[in-house]
Ligand binder design. Structure first.
Ligand code: MV4
Length: 482
């Protein structure tokens, strides 16, 4: 919506009953109610979104990150209604939506995929017996994966022959209930991988470029928590090879718009295509910051039929510095359980090269119905140590009261020796951060702030008093302590 405002384009929000006062509704020029809080009765109902377009006269839809953003039926419904879907073709989404189809398509284009077996018919194994025979050929450990999967659902690690049959049945049941498709295929399990994804962009004139990688290895239960660009372990030479592999994968489906190719990077330096996300992703700001670009603006350019604003060489020349994103979740920092409720106090960090993409404000009610992410805090620096120092400072500035957040987790993670050294993989949180969520509870943090203020006051009472005098910037607790 900010990008649209800058370009002189009017915006329309859609909202459910609990989102009447959500930031996106307040920001839009107009808003249309689409039903009750459960997404299945509002944000996921294709006909309601199309009807909102008709009512408001919207000529394009930006599908965001979740909900219908990778739904090919929605893209087709938009086309049928004469509304531009800001994204790739329904056909590209369909091919990449099936993991077995994607593996087949991109490996034919020369993109390396994890060694594995899609099954006798190319779309999963009919039974555990045939899967076992394939697993013996590939070599243990193997992963059973759902053909319609993603996000780890319907995925099982199998380390020995005897485990395969029960794991196969479990994976099939889970995949069937989650995706309505029980097709299961096999991959060799890559040990301690890093999750490296490549941002790609295509236009309707056959141009395709990449915008480097993001390292998203800091995850918990397949939910990303910290992302950075570039990756601490990707050299310019590896970036060029992974970029070329991602472009080849995108070209194989005539990709148009913003997309991301996910790769596993093994400890031995080998990389393997996992899947392609056919949308702009949550973590795109880290890419925007190191390239100095607005990727939503690029999406609008492409949707309007314009060529990509920059070719590969000038893009490569723009890269500068380092960016880190911390996803701030409304959740208990130790147990990682959602913590909905009202935000009674909010102080958002600020200062040079800090960006806070937020979905909330002081007084806002965090609903139970949706993803508990309340903001994305992003910091840029000339190099990684400076980006890290800036993020640590910003995290210390961030105050949220009324709900629990994972801020203590982030404060501890960003100070962890291995993270600071760039030495981490997808198992980092489970191994290094499992014991406790963060550095302190919010009560302990309050106590520390008060102790520090008392200490500062004891050492230099005159300066503290002078600073507090008539200053609107001095916060309440400091004034109270005078
Ligand atoms: C893998 C893997 C190791 N080997 N595939 C997890 C979600 C889905 N997108 C793919 N996932 C994985 N696939 C092979 N052949 C390890 C994971 C994985 C993972 C990947 C990226 C980020 C975090 C992860 C956490 C656990 C497992």
């Amino acid at each position: 919506m900010r990008t649209c405002q800058e370009r002189g384009i009017e915006t329309v929000a859609v909202f459910s009953e609990v989102d009447r006062l959500a930031p996106h509704v307040l920001m839009a020029d107009a808003a249309v109610a689409i039903g009750p809080a459960p997404a299945a009765q509002s944000y996921l109902v294709i006909d309601k979104i199309i009807e909102a377009c008709r009512q408001s006269g919207a000529d394009a839809v930006h599908p965001g990150y979740g909900f219908l953003s990778e739904n090919e039926d929605f893209a087709e419904a938009c086309a049928a209604a004469g509304v531009t879907f800001i994204g790739p073709s329904a056909e590209a989404m369909r091919k990449m939506g099936s993991k077995t189809e994607a593996r087949k398509t991109v490996s034919a284009a020369g993109t390396p995929v994890v060694p594995g077996d899609n099954g006798p018919g190319g779309d999963g194994f009919p039974d555990a017996e045939q899967a076992l025979a394939a697993a013996r050929r590939i070599g243990f450990p193997v992963l059973l994966k759902a053909a319609s999967g993603g996000g780890g659902k319907g995925m099982r690690l199998v380390t020995a022959e005897a485990e395969l049959a029960p794991a196969f049945e479990g994976a099939r049941r889970e995949a069937l209930s989650a995706f309505g498709d029980g097709a299961i295929y096999l991959e060799k399990a890559i040990q301690r991988p890093r999750h490296i994804e490549i941002q790609v962009f295509g236009d309707r004139h056959g141009n395709l470029v990449h915008l480097g990688e993001r390292d998203c290895s800091i995850q918990r239960r397949h939910q990303k928590v910290v992302e950075e660009a570039p990756s601490p372990v990707v050299s310019a030479e590896l970036r060029a090879r992974m970029g070329a592999a991602a472009i080849a994968a995108a070209r194989a489906v005539d990709y148009v718009g913003a997309g991301t190719c996910e790769f596993l990077l093994g400890a031995d330096g080998g990389f393997y295509f996992l899947e392609m996300n056919t949308r702009l992703q949550v973590e795109h700001p880290v890419t925007e910051l190191i390239y100095g670009l607005d990727l939503v603006s690029w999406q609008l350019d492409v949707a309007e039929g314009r060529p990509l604003p920059l070719a590969q060489d000038p893009l490569d020349a723009r890269r500068r510095g380092w960016a880190i994103e911390c996803r701030i979740y409304a959740e208990d920092p130790v147990k990682f359980l959602p913590s909905p409720g009202r935000i009674t106090h909010l102080r958002v960090p600020d200062g040079p090269y800090i960006r806070n993409d937020s979905g909330c404000y002081e007084g806002a009610e965090i609903p139970v119905h949706y993803d508990p992410m309340i903001s994305k805090l992003v910091a840029w620096g000339e190099d990684r140590p400076r980006a890290l120092a800036r993020m640590r400072r910003a995290l210390d500035e961030y105050q949220v009261r009324g709900i629990e957040t994972n801020l203590p987790f982030h404060r501890r993670c960003l100070r962890h020796e291995a993270f600071a050294a760039g030495d981490y993989d997808t198992g980092f949180i489970g191994r290094e951060m499992a014991d406790r969520g963060g550095d302190a509870s919010s009560a302990e943090l309050d106590a520390a702030i008060i102790a520090a203020a008392l200490d500062a006051g004891a050492r230099a009472p005159a300066q503290v008093a002078r600073a507090a005098e008539g200053s609107s910037e001095i916060s309440g607790w400091r004034r109270a302590l005078r």
